[in-house]
Ligand binder design. Sequence first.
Ligand SMILES: [Zn+2]
Length: 524
Amino acid sequence: MPDAHLWKNGPIFTGRRWAEALLVEGGRVTAVGAETETARSAPTGTAVHDLGGHLLVPGLIDAHLHVADITRARQGRDLSRARSIAELVDQVRGWAEEQREGTIVGRGWQTDRLRDGRAPTRRDLDRALPDRPVILYHASGHVAAVNSSALTAAGVDRSTSDPSGGRVGREADGAPNGLLYEEAMRPVADLAAAANPPDAAALGRTLDIAASLGLTTVATMNTSPEELAALRTLAEDRVLPIRVRTYVRLSAVDAIAPKHLAPSGGDGWFSVPGVKAFADGAFGPRTAWLSRPYSDAPEESGLPVGSEDGLSSALACAAERGLAPAVHAIGDRAVEHAVRSFAPLSGRPRTLARVEHASLTPPEILSELDRVRPALVVQPGFVWSDTWLTDRLGPERARWAYAFRTLLGQGLVLAGSSDAPYDPLDPWRGLAACVDRTAPDGESANPERSEALSPEQAFGLYTASAGTVLGEPDLGSLEVGARADLVLTRATDLPRALALGAGSVEATWVDGRPVRVPGRADRG
Ligand SMILES: [Zn+2]
């Protein structure tokens, strides 16, 4: 029997266009188009799959998430439901009862959701637990609130000066207040990582969840050497449920042996396409770098991370090792800075430069983007999540946040992503937010309807365009030559699939083979 499969009798979206039938041989698409012609190419013995009128789409790609952080968030210690500092303190006390020793790490608080209207400080957290380190990350991951014990363990005191691209929050007399911004988090981040080393089996379970949502490729960003090693183990043991791409932390590249940056096995399941660097922070804690001050804090314009020259030369070194740059830039000033840092890389092979987030792109920035034409990796779910964005930016500027249609109109390549765990992993939420600029509860970071995408454009962001951004045009597409990563839905068209959300995923294939998701019957 040949390893050949023909799908027919239902709408097929290739990532770019519509087709009636799809032929897969040896894990790759060999014909796609009108039913009679495609069926004619099928060798004798081809297995025929009747779609029964249901929609078939390419496997979804999340071009930017954090597998180890999702795994830690999944393992508990979630503060996102806390509505006051007193509740945060209670949660920490509860965790300290369960975990009798070592560092307590939690994540997910947001000042805008706390009745106190301020961030927790070391004094609050000392009340919760005075004698062991407590590290509580903001929902954005760009600020940590820590107690005095964590400051001591990390060697941060009143004599510590602010690092480049970071800030130590201080009390009136100069003593640290327990809030560490951006690069100033690094010493406590090392403590937090040591308290929760990534475990390969747990990372594998996170990837099983991704597969159950219809994701067939994920790119994990800012990967530590430990996370890289754990994912590589899964790849070498051939137990990855879906494809994984890693963008390693720029500062860690030199510590990683070249053989660990090479793809695993040559079968397309695991590779290291690039490095991740930072140009700024996030809107929530007002560390995203803006060209004009924050509307709700006129003395602040954000926190630039590193110099343009420094970033350029670091990215050029990474390019020498075949690693493409992915630079985090949220504020408009940071986007400009990131794009300029790519200039020396132009013309090099394998350097598809990515701007991560590119959240604020007013008209002044568009010409700069047009000149360098980097790929933009956006998070449509943030349109529904960043409900406080108009306070930060003012309504005129917020109009240019998450301006997806304008960016596509410039001919730029946009890939969709979740940035999980900083927003839910579910790609269907992002897909829906592309099309409906306002969340079901009526909230929006930028409700501008003219920035809404069509369902085809939305799926394009999470399929074919994402493959392009990863430098792998054979991913996210069902055109001839593409890898047969497929999602069969329970819906009959794209709008109905969006309405059903993750519940529309009926079955998933990678390389033409059914993905076995624990807890879900295999219908492949
Ligand atoms: Zn991220």
